[in-house]
Design a protein around this ligand. Structure first.
Ligand SMILES: Cc1ncc(C[n+]2csc(CCOP(=O)(O)OP(=O)(O)O)c2C)c(N)n1
Ligand code: SF4
Ligand SMILES: [Mg+2]
Length: 298
């Protein structure tokens, strides 16, 4: 794992640096929704005052997955669909770190979908932010698992015939304990959701409408601006899973954003005995009590 080029050097006793932008400038198209998402993550970490040395942002592959390069935390740009296993491994190696997985709808709900579902079942304490532009952006505009029915793309010239996956409903069904949806056109609101996710004790998922201005001419900023409404202004109770299910089904003239569901449940780390002794990174290597284990088998 490499520290980004701009990680500041601190003298003893000085206040530890909080996250900021790195020297690497985003390579996204002008107007891409992902600018709003990186700004919201930076804003949330600044507000929570988490030193950048304690933050690891990981990703898979896609335009959105370039995000870890652009902030001054630790980062790991992994393989397509593998942001979640990377994040789980880092978290289990040192569960004092704040670990944020990022990526796209193709990365997380297509090739990486199995990892997504099982991490939610385990309730690993992670934040997962998906930049859901309902298209494969990096590979120039093929249909993704969230592309809507009938949408004509490079890979579906006569329109999508496969029913789109609903990330919020999938997260509810899989046992995630913090489930939210944001819009990159409302960075302040999104940063509140991301800050809540980082503070949550368990698997926290924030799906973000993050328009691809180059390859998705249907789900644009205007499309969402005309439709999104905030759950917190609509009397929604995020502790009521039945209400959360009902809201997750809403799509059309009105589309909800905000916190759908939140519940306290023991995390994987709470239940994993070995981690009770502290982060593995601080434990001595090797098998404890190996003689008695060997005696059993010899
Ligand atoms: C194993 C593997 N299969 C396919 C690809 C090609 N590929 C790279 S990014 C991508 C899809 C990216 O879409 P998404 O995750 O939605 O990210 P976006 O570019 O839209 O932000 C694909 C299919 C790859 N890099 N590796
Ligand atoms: S192709 Fe789309 S997703 Fe990729 S950087 Fe450009 S606008 Fe963003
Ligand atoms: Mg995408």
């Amino acid at each position: 794992m490499a520290e980004s080029a701009t990680a500041p050097v601190v003298s003893a006793g000085a206040q530890l640096p909080i996250i900021g932008k790195s020297q690497i400038k985003p390579t996204w198209c002008p107007g891409c929704g992902d600018f709003g998402v990186v700004a919201s993550i930076e804003m949330a970490l600044k507000r929570l005052k988490i030193p950048s040395k304690d933050v690891v942002i990981v990703s898979g592959i896609g335009c959105s997955s370039n995000l870890p390069h652009f902030l001054s935390s630790y980062g790991f740009h992994g393989l397509h669909g593998r942001a979640i296993p990377l994040a789980e491994g880092i978290r289990w190696g040192n569960h004092e770190l704040t670990v944020i997985a990022t990526g796209g709808d193709g990365d997380g709900f297509g090739i990486g979908c199995g990892h997504f579902v099982h991490a939610m079942r385990r309730n690993v304490k992670l934040t997962y932010v998906t930049m859901d532009n309902q298209i494969y952006g990096l590979t120039t505009g093929q249909a993704s698992p969230t592309t809507t029915l009938g949408h004509k793309t490079k890979s579906t010239p006569t329109g999508v015939i496969e029913y789109p996956l609903d990330p919020i409903a999938l997260a509810l069904a899989s046992g995630a304990t913090y489930i939210a949806r944001g819009f990159s056109g409302d960075v302040k609101h999104l940063s509140d959701l991301v800050a809540g996710a980082i503070q949550h004790k368990g698997f926290a998922f924030v799906d973000v409408f993050s328009p691809c201005v180059t390859y998705n001419k249907i789900n644009t900023f205007d499309f969402f601006r005309q439709r999104v409404y905030k759950l917190e202004n609509a009397g929604h109770d995020p502790h009521d899973i039945v209400q959360a299910w009902q809201r997750s089904l809403e799509w059309g003239d009105k589309i909800p954003i905000g916190l759908f569901y939140s519940v306290d449940r023991p995390t994987y780390e709470d239940m994993e005995e070995v981690l009770h002794a502290g982060p593995l990174a601080h434990q001595s290597a090797g098998l404890k009590g190996k003689e008695s284990v060997l005696d059993e088998f010899v």
